[in-house]
Design a protein. Sequence first.
Length: 318
Amino acid sequence: MSAFSYCSVLMLAAATSTVALAQTGPNAEVAKATANPVTATSTVIPAYDVYLADLQQGKVSNVRKVNSNAAYHNQPTFNLTGTELYFTSEQSSGGKSQMDIARYEIKSGQLDLFQSTELSEYSPTVLPAEQALSAVVVEADGQQRLWRLPQNGKPAVLLPDVVGVGYHAWGPADDVLLFILGQDEADHQIAYRNSTGELTTLARNIGRGLAWRPGTNEGYFTERKGDRLVLRMYETQNMQLSAQLLLLPETAQDLRWWNRDLLITSAGKKLFSWQPGAKRWQRWLDLSDYCDGSVSRFSFSIDQKQLAFVCQPAAVKP
């Protein structure tokens, strides 16, 4: 259920999916492809590493790698209390490979799987007010849907009517922003699904970043403009879609709100911040001492004292 990057994930899923088909059933990595499609059976999935760091007053310390092996590890997210970190993790055995959701207990350092399933899962996301995750699952027939993964109990499809999900972000009112796969990159779309199940397409030819501004009904996403991405916003109460707000830094794709007034993105080895209404991004945090490639996905704990980030190999294009 993970994906490399806007294009890498989709490709990864496709590639992984192909490998998984031959190894563990149909399209075990299609989900990853959701984020970036790849379609060669021989495709080798690059090794991504997940790091955890203490964060205080704009500086990081105690930076350590969470995953124990060289494989695809990506899409980190914290639980609601900041005591556990979840991420997409490639699991290999007997020449077979698939994606599962790993769980890292921060205090003890214990690493295991949130659940062990026969399908590949990507993009773990904490369900609001629940002891469960939502994730993109590559089903046995290769379709990618959003599933609910409880801590205890059987996984189940969340949105059976929505096929081709690549990424998602839950809103404040049981609503959700969805990255839905199209025929090609130009046809991928951002859609908004309200609490009654109505699905509205907001844009096509988009990036993978999705983020809700805290305390508002504003969902943010990115749209392609030439070889760059531009930030846009959808206000759900009045169903208003913004004009293009500003360009993201070069190579930037991922979005996380630090608080109501500060949006963070990653580009190269740095994190950059933007305040709504401002005309440019500001450098926020330099992680070049800890990543010899580039920083891609990242996440903050709810108390803002911890940062998880992914170091993407220098040879892999964002």
